[in-house]
Write a protein that binds this ligand. Structure first.
Ligand SMILES: NC(=O)C1=CN([C@@H]2O[C@H](COP(=O)(O)OP(=O)(O)OC[C@H]3O[C@@H](n4cnc5c(N)ncnc54)[C@H](O)[C@@H]3O)[C@@H](O)[C@H]2O)C=CC1
Ligand SMILES: O=C([O-])CC(=O)C(=O)O
Length: 329
């Protein structure tokens, strides 16, 4: 018997990432090739954005995806999030000229407060939420705090692009296949303070750290290259990463829903105090996923260099949280 459709909301659906993401959701790349989906697409209540969204929906129709059994356009999160199983919160206010980080935080705090409240009111209680829009960790924190009736664990932020970027950098350095690397983690905030950590990683069963054996490269090349990759793409393309970001969002949600078969991936998830990270901070952790639940990999040894890096990215997250505290009712 055919499966019942799952309802998937995507915000910022007429944007760059949306344009790469929607077609792959409809193709079954996230939830499986036997899982029908209904897309509930949210854009701002602006004529141009809504018209662009209509155009994207026309293209989705023109693909005749067998798994796409319904699709609606929305300008209000209260209707867009009704009964949803999955939410990709992609739409966010970009940084404008002369805009300070705190202005960006405040503008996005408003968006994610409203969307958190709407999720709280109308989404399925089991909804899985991935926040992509920047600043992703703090936006996820705001949405989570604005949805007190939903379990905190339903709210996650995207660190998977950073994870995938780090995998590719390591594979290139070693001259090994990227698909053979396991047990990598990117700790912390999706910002240049993130800490890609390959101390536990293996490639074809061998230690990546031992194979590379170059702490100077790690500190001075690898960590900054991964941390500043978003900026390097903006510099090269004149636009921020979109297809790779959509791909990472797909990886994140696919693995959360369908499992990782024991493999580690990085997800930004609310802490329960693991590794000394205060409760509820949305922080990049190594996780495994099974039966629709993620589990933080615990018990890893944290050396002095790692502790310093992990605290540095934590402190930035705590500052971001402090910057929006007054906006959370
Ligand atoms: N976490 C990560 O690894 C990454 C995050 N990003 C972030 O993802 C976000 C989206 O990027 P793009 O698609 O390239 O931007 P974009 O500007 O092309 O599209 C964003 C869309 O969101 C819409 N939007 C804005 N506020 C909205 C709201 N309140 N409700 C619904 N829709 C809304 C806009 O109208 C626009 O169509 C940005 O914040 C970007 O910085 C981008 C790459 C990686
Ligand atoms: O840097 C940006 O604005 C986009 C982003 O988050 C990334 O590519 O990692």
């Amino acid at each position: 018997m055919a499966k019942a459709p799952m309802r998937v909301a995507v915000t910022g659906a007429a944007g760059q990432i949306g344009y790469s993401l929607l077609f792959r959701i409809a193709n079954g790349d996230v939830l499986g090739k036997d899982q029908p989906v209904i897309l509930q697409l949210l854009e701002i209540p602006d004529e141009k954005a809504q018209k662009a969204l209509q155009g994207v929906m026309m293209e989705l129709e023109d693909c005749a995806f067998p798994l796409l059994v319904g699709m609606t356009a929305h300008s209000d999160p209260m209707t867009a999030f009704k009964d949803i199983d999955i939410a990709f919160l992609v739409g966010a206010r970009p940084r404008g000229p002369g805009m300070e980080r705190k202005d960006l935080l405040a503008a996005n705090a408003q968006i994610f407060t409203a969307q958190g409240k709407a999720l709280n009111a109308v989404a399925k209680r089991t909804v899985k939420v991935l926040v992509v829009g920047n600043p992703a960790n703090t936006n996820a924190y705001i949405a989570m705090k604005s949805a007190p009736d939903l379990p905190a664990k339903n709210f996650t932020a995207m660190l998977r692009l950073d994870h995938n970027r780090a995998l590719s950098q390591l594979a290139a350095k070693m001259g090994k296949p990227v698909g053979d690397i396991e047990k990598l983690v990117v700790w912390g905030n999706h910002s240049p303070t993130m800490y890609p950590d390959h101390r536990f990683a293996t490639v074809g069963g061998e230690s990546v750290k031992a194979l590379i054996n170059d702490p100077v490269w790690n500190k001075e090349v690898h960590i900054p290259t991964v941390g500043k990759r978003g900026a390097a793409i903006i510099e090269a393309r004149g636009l921020s990463s979109a297809a790779s970001a959509a791909n990472a969002a797909i990886d994140h949600m696919h693995d959360w829903v369908l499992g990782t078969n024991g493999k580690w991936v990085t997800m930004g998830v609310p802490s329960n105090g693991e590794y000394g990270i205060p409760k509820d901070v949305i922080y990049g952790f190594p996780v495994t996923c099974e039966n629709g639940e993620y589990k933080i990999v615990e018990g890893l040894e944290i050396d002095e260099f790692s502790r310093e890096r992990m605290d540095h990215t934590l402190n930035e997250l705590l500052e971001e949280q402090a910057g929006v505290k007054h906006l959370l009712s």
